[in-house]
Design a protein around this ligand. Structure first.
Ligand code: DHB
Length: 298
């Protein structure tokens, strides 16, 4: 069964997208993900200058997902190694971050032609100013307007679930020119304390939550965003099975982001999810993804 989809004219053989931050650090690994069946892959966010990772432990599994404070490590866009990316066998989404509008614009200008879609990460919980653009509608719209002026590929904006009204934020970001929304980034920050050691386990103390435990929040966010905008949504947050992906499409997503699921199921998760989706659709007599997208709103 055909489960291909399209994000602003970019064709995906299936709607399952490797989310930013997982495996997205070089072309060889991303090509393995593509071969494993992903419809598209997203890079780990690239910033304006070199930035070191946080100390370990920086990722930890808890009962219902992962918590991480990797720290947005980056070589900086000027030193990024683009070797092999031209041979990638599925569309590439380039993710970027900055601390000022000028930095977003600088990185966007330099990198937008490297991928089919540019994703701007305005919602990282692990940097003191990482969420400032997402938590303020004026700041979010300013960064989108400025980035849109300098790039020629579709611009997706990655939003945090930690906002009072994500539908309103998405609508304003759309009005500012965003071509799509990626929702959601990790939830939090949260904290896990080792009671024997009497201290937080992560070296950074706090981190963003992902995985199955945040899925109902991600579904609700996408449901609200779908009501508020016309642009496509990459629904991300705790999607681990084909059934989860279908649920996310029914909330209103056009594609689904998959991150923590790779920790649970390995690289095979992409093909497995696509197979599960097709089987479920066949069994329930759905013929195309179009019938699923937003179906929970009817
Ligand atoms: C990091 C960045 C994110 O956007 C996120 O959601 C979680 C972690 C990081 O690199 O620390």
């Amino acid at each position: 069964m055909d489960i291909s989809t399209s994000l602003c004219g970019v064709k995906l053989k299936n709607p399952i997208v490797l989310a930013s931050g997982i495996l997205g650090t070089n072309a060889a690994i991303l090509e393995r993900v593509a071969i494993s069946g992903a419809g598209a892959v997203t890079l780990k966010s690239i910033g304006p200058v070199e930035r070191q990772a946080n100390n370990n432990p920086s990722v930890l599994a808890w009962e219902h997902g992962l918590i991480n404070a990797v720290g947005l490590p980056s070589s900086g866009y000027k030193h990024y190694n683009w070797e092999g990316y031209d041979k990638l066998s599925c569309p590439l989404i380039v993710s970027i971050y900055g601390s000022t509008v000028e930095e977003y614009v600088e990185v966007a200008k330099a990198l937008s032609s490297k991928g089919k879609i540019l994703e701007i990460n305005i919602s990282c919980p692990n940097k003191h100013d990482g969420m400032s653009f997402c938590l303020n509608i004026d700041a979010a719209t300013e960064v989108v307007k400025s980035v849109k002026k300098v790039v020629h590929v579709p611009v997706f904006v990655k939003l945090s679930p930690n906002v009072p009204n994500i539908g309103l934020l998405a609508a304003e970001v759309e009005r500012a020119g965003a071509d799509g929304i990626t929702a959601v980034n990790t939830l939090g920050p949260g904290m896990i304390i080792d009671i024997e050691a009497k201290r937080p386990i992560l070296a950074y103390k706090t981190g963003g939550l992902s995985g199955p435990g945040i899925k109902p929040i991600a579904i609700k966010c996408v449901y609200d965003i779908y009501k508020a905008v016309k642009v496509p949504i990459i629904g991300t947050g705790g999607i681990t099975t084909g059934r989860d992906a279908i649920e996310m499409l029914m909330a209103g997503a056009t594609a689904v982001g998959v991150g923590s699921a790779v920790y649970y199921h390995g690289m095979d998760v992409f093909k497995k999810m696509a197979d599960e989706m097709q089987e479920w659709m066949k069994m329930n007599k759905y013929k195309s993804l179009k019938e699923l997208i937003g179906a929970a709103h009817e």
